[in-house]
Design a protein around this ligand. Structure first.
Ligand code: AMP
Length: 499
């Protein structure tokens, strides 16, 4: 199907041409006609599928057809979990809506609130932002949400993960009951179902890729390597492969800083992006990476959420993430919109349990790679050798046996517990970046900074309910993608049961 057949206004088609898109992606093909009919949707779409345009294009069509509010109050609200995603969605609104007489405002914390207030006061049609700053603006009576016609929740699962549920509820209370709601989530947990239940009226279910199957276009592999040699291997891979643009994930902000520094000293230009950096520093690092001035961007999971880097070829999991779902989100940064990509994980023995959870979630085993000049870390039950004794490990041959059923020893367990508590502490603080205007009142802090809570680690969650991990991971797996009017709740329940 072509974009022309979707019934979008000519000005929007020009915007699409300007972006260079030829055909709609599957989510666009399915969602756009339904949204144009004025229906609510519940869309299971991962990042990288073209979901932003899937809601932005029909939104622009609807708003430009309806005519402005006499007081030029906002008529559409897009809620996003992160500042980066808000900025990206806002940019898309501007790009696609170039030829239309619509105004858009992007709001998020970590930056001066005054320009945002000014833009809203001037009159705006579309507001895109993170929940905390939106509530601040509404609380200060700058933002009036009582004329919102279309509400969009982008990456709703991420918003819940980040502890935004109460802020979302407060925002919903400020909106008119009669409105169109578009709900996008990559994963489909009970909490998401509950939220969707309260927000949506007879929604159409739309799903484009089976949940938590890693994008087909991403080639996944792993190297078994001791912690102490990960950086050496990473430098080698980048240099040998002559990689020009690599997104590297670490679990902690300090780890990201350290690694970026080390890579720079290896002659590989690198920038780190995480929650301790100011928004300006984050934006600059991302711009340098996109422009090819930095070859490597080292990021924590939270800072990397929503990052859209065109044709990113390589993603490296320097450390496996805290949750298996994060692995899917990480590798989804590459292989976007039909391009191919490569995702490589550097896995040490202590990460075997995490690897097992990831493989269970993606329902496939990640192939192990070996590098001639770099012996693999043998799989053993012993805790990882002290880096000071590293020479013991050198020269040990690779062990291809996939002996993943062995459990770690006591020492290893202790090591893991100690490390994970530090990681949790770090994660709790992540993305809580300081504002560039420190004079802001304390209680006026954007809740995208204050209310980010760490997700439970999947190990502890699994203990509480061994089946919940799998259930949480499912989306409606209907390929027909549409629920009959009135029966959608039943359908969602049965889909969940099926999982
Ligand atoms: P998203 O899932 O919205 O983050 O989009 C992922 C990437 O796909 C972005 O870089 C978009 O610019 C790109 N994209 C969106 N729609 C299309 C399309 N119809 N054809 C080609 N690329 C697209």
């Amino acid at each position: 199907m072509s974009f022309e057949k979707l019934g979008l206004r000519p000005e929007i088609l020009t915007g699409i041409k300007f972006k260079g898109y030829v055909d709609p992606t599957p989510i666009q093909e399915q969602a756009i006609p339904v949204i144009l009919e004025g229906k609510d949707i519940l869309a299971g779409a991962q990042t990288g599928t073209g979901k932003t345009a899937a809601f932005t294009l029909p939104l622009l069509h609807i708003l430009s057809s309806n005519g402005q509010h006499p007081g030029h109050l906002p008529r559409a609200l897009v809620l996003t979990p992160t500042r980066e995603l808000a900025a990206q969605v806002g940019e898309s609104v501007d790009d696609y809506g170039k030829g239309l007489n619509l105004r858009s405002t992007i709001v998020f914390g970590g930056v001066n609130i005054n320009p945002q207030k000014k833009s809203i006061r001037k009159g705006t049609d579309i507001v895109t932002g993170t929940p905390g700053r939106l509530l601040d603006l509404a609380g200060q009576k700058v933002l009036d949400l009582s004329h919102i016609e279309v509400l969009i929740l982008d990456e709703a699962d991420r918003m819940l993960d980040m502890g935004f549920i109460n802020d979302i509820k407060k925002i919903i209370n400020l909106l008119p009951k009669k409105r169109q709601t578009l709900f996008f989530s990559a994963t489909y947990s009970q909490a998401i179902k509950k939220l969707a239940d309260t927000l949506l009226k007879k929604p159409e279910l739309i799903e484009v890729a089976r949940e938590n199957t890693a994008a087909e276009t991403v080639e996944q592999s792993l190297y078994r390597v001791a912690k102490a040699r990960k950086r050496e291997l990473l430098s080698l891979l980048i240099k040998q492969g002559d990689w020009k643009q690599v997104l590297v994930f670490t679990r902690t902000k300090h780890g990201a800083n350290r690694l970026a520094k080390q890579l720079n000293s290896d002659g590989i230009t690198s920038e780190a992006i995480h929650g301790n950096k100011s928004q300006t520093a984050r934006t600059r690092a991302l711009a340098q990476f996109k422009a090819g001035e930095a070859r490597v961007l080292v990021a924590t999971d939270i800072a990397a959420r929503g990052l859209d880097i065109d044709r990113l070829p390589h993603v490296i999991n320097y450390e496996l993430p805290q949750t298996a779902e994060d692995y899917v989100h990480r590798i989804g940064r590459t292989g976007r919109a039909g391009c191919s990509g490569e995702a490589i994980s550097l896995v040490m023995n202590e990460e075997r349990e995490m690897l097992r959870s990831i493989e269970k979630l993606i329902k496939r085993q990640i192939p192990v790679k070996l590098m001639d000049s770099f012996p693999a870390q043998p799989e053993s039950d012993e805790p990882e050798a002290n880096p000071r004794n590293r020479s013991n490990q050198r020269g040990q041959g690779g062990n291809r046996n996939n002996n993943r059923n062995k459990t770690g020893g006591k020492a290893q367990g202790n090591q893991r517990t100690k490390r994970s508590s530090n990681e949790q502490k770090d994660r709790r603080n992540d993305d809580s970046s300081k504002t560039e205007k420190p004079q802001r009142r304390r209680n006026n802090k954007d809740s995208s900074e204050r209310s980010e809570k760490p997700r439970q680690r999947y190990n502890s969650r699994k203990k509480a309910n061994p089946q919940s991990e799998q259930k949480k991971a499912e989306t409606p797996s209907s390929s027909s993608a549409k629920a009959k009017s009135g029966g959608w709740r039943k359908k969602v329940s049965s889909l969940l049961k099926r999982s």
